[in-house]
Design a protein around this ligand. Structure first.
Ligand code: ZN
Length: 273
């Protein structure tokens, strides 16, 4: 049985709808939402689709291939087959979705004010929520990706991911707690953020161990102890007490990384107070 169905192709990107979303829309009609409810849901998922297209088109312009955009009952997802190459690319790709939503919110607000149509007011509210909620700095949400990319400029990809994932779990805990009094959806999202932040951290750790700097412009950041031992035992560590130093972001780092795709360790202690 297939779980998602392609419904369109926009700018060469397949748009897929998950079976659970089709069932969800069916339930809305059955529960008395009627045609009006269905129309509203379609407009909401259209807004989600435009949000995802914002991510996908900016990613495409950065040379990142997009596998597809999938729509689920809890939102959408633009799947990239390659992560952003630099922290700048990550920030632009992550910010594009919420920017689209906020522009749509402004547009629908103007139309709602002009026409006094409740339908348009709801769409403006939904897009405002989509834009603001996704900017919450909880990895893997858009805001969390932006936070990680900014932190990486100082700390390197791995440490920035670990720190952002920790922030995400605190936010998830707060969200889950608020959800107990407010809405079950918040609990679902909190669980999603909690487990996905751990997955992001695990992925970053794997890349770190493979010597992948994450972002090409930030270096890897400070190493932690097990890695230090591994590096020492493999004879990588040069003589003396200092680690081999590459200054993040400098041209020597980049050329050194490209020529020798080995483990790059950035000296951090000098800059950290
Ligand atoms: Zn987004």
């Amino acid at each position: 049985m297939r779980w998602s169905y392609q419904i369109a192709r926009i700018f060469g990107i397949p748009i897929r709808v998950h079976l659970s979303l089709i069932l969800f829309l069916g339930l809305i009609i059955m529960w008395g939402g009627g045609l009006r409810g269905l129309l509203l849901m379609v407009a909401i998922f259209g807004s989600v689709l435009l949000h995802e297209l914002g991510h996908a088109l900016v990613a495409k312009s950065k040379g990142l291939p997009i596998a597809d955009i999938s729509l689920y009952p809890f939102g959408g997802m633009a799947r990239m087959t390659m992560p952003p190459k630099t922290s700048g690319d990550e920030i632009q790709v992550a910010a594009a979705g919420p920017m689209v939503s906020l522009v749509l919110a402004l547009g629908f607000s103007a139309m709602a004010l002009a026409s006094q149509t409740p339908f348009l007011t709801t769409l403006a509210q939904v897009n405002l929520l989509l834009g603001l909620f996704n900017l919450v700095p909880a990895l893997p949400m858009d805001g969390g990706r932006i936070l990680r990319a900014f932190l990486a400029r100082r700390w390197g990809y791995y440490r920035a991911t670990t720190a952002s994932a920790r922030v995400a779990r605190w936010i998830a805990a707060a969200m889950g707690f608020a959800g107990l009094f407010w809405s079950g959806w918040l609990i679902v999202i909190a669980l999603f953020v909690f487990f996905m932040s751990m997955a992001e951290e695990g992925m970053a750790r794997a890349r770190h161990f493979m010597g992948d700097p994450g972002y090409q412009d930030t270096g890897q950041g400070r190493v932690f102890d097990p890695f230090r031992r591994f590096a020492e035992s493999s004879g990588f560590r040069p003589s003396g007490s200092d680690w081999e130093v590459f200054e993040a972001g400098s041209s020597t780092t980049e050329s050194a990384e490209r020529k020798r795709p080995h483990i790059v360790i950035e000296w951090q202690d000098k800059r950290d107070p």
